[in-house]
Design a protein around this ligand. Structure first.
Ligand SMILES: [Zn+2]
Ligand SMILES: [Zn+2]
Length: 264
């Protein structure tokens, strides 16, 4: 069964309990995608019993450090495998990754993976960049930095949709992309009492409930929690539930979500 594993659920600052946000998506054929790549992906994959050498697809949602700083380490770990790694990202993000690869001297194909850079346009809605028999992945712009994208995963058997926001402030595009989605995994930086300085780039729990309710999302999964300010997850839960009547899952790091069609 297709699944998403939460490798990290924190915002820019990691904590003892939560690392920076990244996900492992695996479709039912076993194809794996690392969505954002902070920290040590190799350690996290090993803890989950996955072989880091099998990771050949990276999707990077934007250039911020907390989403990309593990890329050189992952490529460096795949030493002398003679493999190829696809990196899907916007032009700006790929430019930065090329720079990191050069800076860390990871360009020698005899030693390190051959990297295939797959450009995603930052400004296009519904841009289909991965298509297999039962799995489609498309991108759309979100409101964070000019190069930030969200993702929509559509599975055909059984049919379901899962939308991932990346980091984002409120965006009308997300409401449209997530309309009736089985899952919406969305930035939820903090309770609304802290949100004033953040609302240009992130989303509060109160606002996220409104977004998910308007989109009639079936299951909402908030992530990218700020760890540098103090609040309890109950506050996040209570704020979301003020506006959202669907299913709510608040993940911890290493939680696994089996993707199946959700009831309203
Ligand atoms: Zn972030
Ligand atoms: Zn960011």
């Amino acid at each position: 069964m297709a699944k998403i594993i939460f490798l990290g659920t924190a915002g820019a600052v990691a904590s003892a309990q939560r690392d920076n946000t990244s996900l492992l998506f695996m479709d039912d054929s076993g194809e794996k995608f690392l969505i954002d790549c902070p920290g040590s992906p190799v350690t996290k994959l090993a803890k989950l019993g996955f072989d880091y050498r099998e990771i050949s697809n990276l999707i990077l949602t934007h250039t911020h450090v907390d989403h990309i700083y593990g890329v050189p380490s992952l490529l460096h770990s795949q030493y002398r495998l003679g493999n190829k790694v696809n990196i899907f990202a916007t032009q700006e993000c790929l430019l930065l990754i090329r720079g990191l690869i050069s800076f860390h001297r990871l360009e020698d194909p005899e030693k390190f993976p051959e990297v295939s850079f797959q450009t995603i346009p930052a400004d296009k809605d519904n841009f289909l960049f991965f298509q297999r028999e039962k799995t489609l992945i498309s991108s759309f712009p979100v409101k964070h930095t000019p190069d930030s994208i969200g993702l929509k995963i559509c599975l055909k058997n059984p049919p379901l949709t899962c939308v991932y926001s990346g980091d984002t402030a409120f965006s009308r595009t997300i409401v449209e992309e997530a309309k009736d989605a089985d899952y919406l995994i969305h930035d939820c930086a903090c309770p609304s009492r802290f949100a004033k300085e953040l609302e240009e780039m992130h989303t509060s729990a109160l606002a996220l409930g409104e977004i998910a309710e308007e989109a009639q999302v079936k299951t909402l999964v908030p992530i990218h929690f700020l760890t540098e300010i103090e609040f309890k997850m109950e506050e996040i839960e209570n704020e979301i539930k003020k506006n959202f009547s669907g299913n709510l899952i608040i993940p911890s790091d290493f939680d696994s979500l089996e993707l199946k069609p959700q009831l309203s």
